[in-house]
Design a protein around this ligand. Structure first.
Ligand code: ZN
Length: 326
C-alpha cells in the first residue's frame, strides 16, 4: 500500500545518518564546527533523539539542520525524497521549506533574499528522482520574519509552478507580522492562485486565529481546536478546512502524554465533518516510529483509529492534496 504525506519539513526530512555522512565528507566551517561539538555519530544523533522539553526546544534542531542544508540543498533534498519513496512507501509528498533559511547565514539580508529563488529551484530539481514518488512544494513563511520578507516568499511561491502553497511556520518569536498583516499575506497568496495552510493550535490551546480561517485550505495540526475549542469545528467543516495531524510530534514536544489523548480529536472531527490527514512533520526527529506507517500504526495501537480507518485517512490525504493534477 502507498501513502500520501501532506506535512513534512525539509529540515526534518533528512535522517541524522545522512547529515552525519555529509559532515564527515566535507571540511566547511559548519562541518568542522559540528564535528567539534559532536565527536561521533552517536553524539550527533542524540541531539535528534533526546527528549525535548517543549515545542520551542524541539524546533532548535531545525536551526542546526538549516545551516547544514544551506551548504548543499540538492544533496539533502534528493536523499530525503528517495528515502520517503523507498523506506516509507510514500507515492505523494508535499515537502515544505523556508527558502531564506537555506541561504548562507553570513551574507547580508538583501543578498540572502536575492538567493531565495535559486534555492527553491535547486530543491525542486533535486526532488526529481527516478523513484516512484510525486513531490510538490510548499514555501514556509516565518513567524519571526518582517512582513515584506514573508511577502517576498509568497511572490516567489506564486512564480514557481511546482510550488503549490504557502505555510506559516517557525518558532514563536517577536518581530513578525501582526495578525492583520498575516491576513493580508494570506489574501495575497490566494489572489495569486496559491493554496494555503498554517501551523496553528499545535501545542498551545490559545494559538487559534479564526480570522485566518477564511484564507486557509488546511491547518497544520489544529488538534487544540478540537480539544479546547470544539465549537469552531463546524466552521472548519463548512470551509472544507482539512487538519494535518502528525501524531509523533505531540509526544516529542510534550504536548500530549500519550496518543490516546487524540481520541476526542478524531471523534469530534468525524462528528463535525472535518477531514483529518495523517502526516509525519519531522520524521528525522522521531526515531523509528517517525515514518508515515509508524503514524498509522501508533494510532491503531492506541485505539485512536481502527485498522479499517487507515484507507479512509490515506484517501483523505490524496483528496486534500495541493497537487493540481489530483
Ligand atoms: Zn510542521
Amino acid at each position: 500500500m502507498n501513502f500520501p504525506d501532506l506535512h513534512r519539513h525539509l529540515g526534518g526530512a533528512t535522517h541524522p545518518r545522512i547529515l552525519w555522512g555529509y559532515i564527515e565528507k566535507h571540511a566547511t566551517d559548519e562541518c568542522r564546527r559540528l564535528r567539534s561539538l559532536y565527536p561521533a555519530y552517536d553524539d550527533f544523533a542524540r541531539e535528534f533523539n533526546r527528549p525535548f522539553a517543549d515545542l520551542a526546544d524541539y524546533l532548535t534542531v531545525h536551526h542546526l539542520v538549516e545551516a547544514l542544508q544551506a551548504e548543499d540543498v540538492p544533496y539533502f533534498t534528493f536523499r530525503a525524497v528517495r528515502g520517503a519513496s523507498v523506506f516509507e512507501s510514500l507515492d505523494y509528498l508535499e515537502l515544505r521549506f523556508n527558502p531564506y533559511k537555506r541561504t548562507p547565514r553570513g551574507l547580508p539580508p538583501a543578498e540572502r533574499r536575492a538567493l531565495m529563488a535559486d534555492v527553491a529551484r535547486q530543491v525542486i530539481r533535486a526532488a526529481r528522482t527516478e523513484f516512484p514518488i510525486a513531490t510538490t512544494f510548499l514555501l514556509c513563511m516565518d513567524r519571526g520574519f518582517p512582513p515584506d520578507l514573508n511577502r517576498a516568499i509568497v511572490e516567489l511561491a506564486a512564480s514557481l509552478p511546482e510550488v503549490v502553497a504557502v505555510d506559516l511556520a517557525g518558532p514563536y518569536q517577536p518581530g513578525g507580522p501582526t495578525w492583520d498583516e498575516w491576513e493580508d499575506l494570506y489574501a495575497e497568496a490566494k489572489a495569486r492562485g496559491l493554496r494555503t495552510t498554517a501551523h496553528m493550535a499545535e501545542s498551545d490551546p490559545d494559538d487559534v486565529r479564526p480570522a485566518l480561517f477564511p484564507h486557509l485550505d488546511r491547518i497544520g495540526h489544529g488538534i487544540q481546536i478540537a480539544l479546547h475549542h470544539p465549537h469552531l469545528l463546524d466552521e472548519l467543516a463548512a470551509r472544507n478546512i482539512c487538519l494535518e495531524v502528525c501524531p509523533t510530534t505531540y509526544l516529542r514536544t510534550n504536548t500530549l502524554r500519550h496518543l490516546g489523548e487524540l481520541r476526542p480529536v478524531f471523534e469530534r472531527c468525524r462528528a463535525a465533518g472535518v477531514a483529518i490527514s495523517i502526516a509525519t512533520d519531522n520524521p528525522a526527529l522521531h526515531g523509528d516510529a517517525g515514518r508515515i506507517v509508524g503514524q498509522y500504526e501508533l494510532l491503531v495501537r492506541d485505539e485512536v483509529i481502527h485498522f479499517n480507518d487507515i484507507l479512509h485517512h490515506a484517501r483523505v490525504g490524496y483528496e486534500n492534496a495541493f497537487d493540481p493534477r489530483r
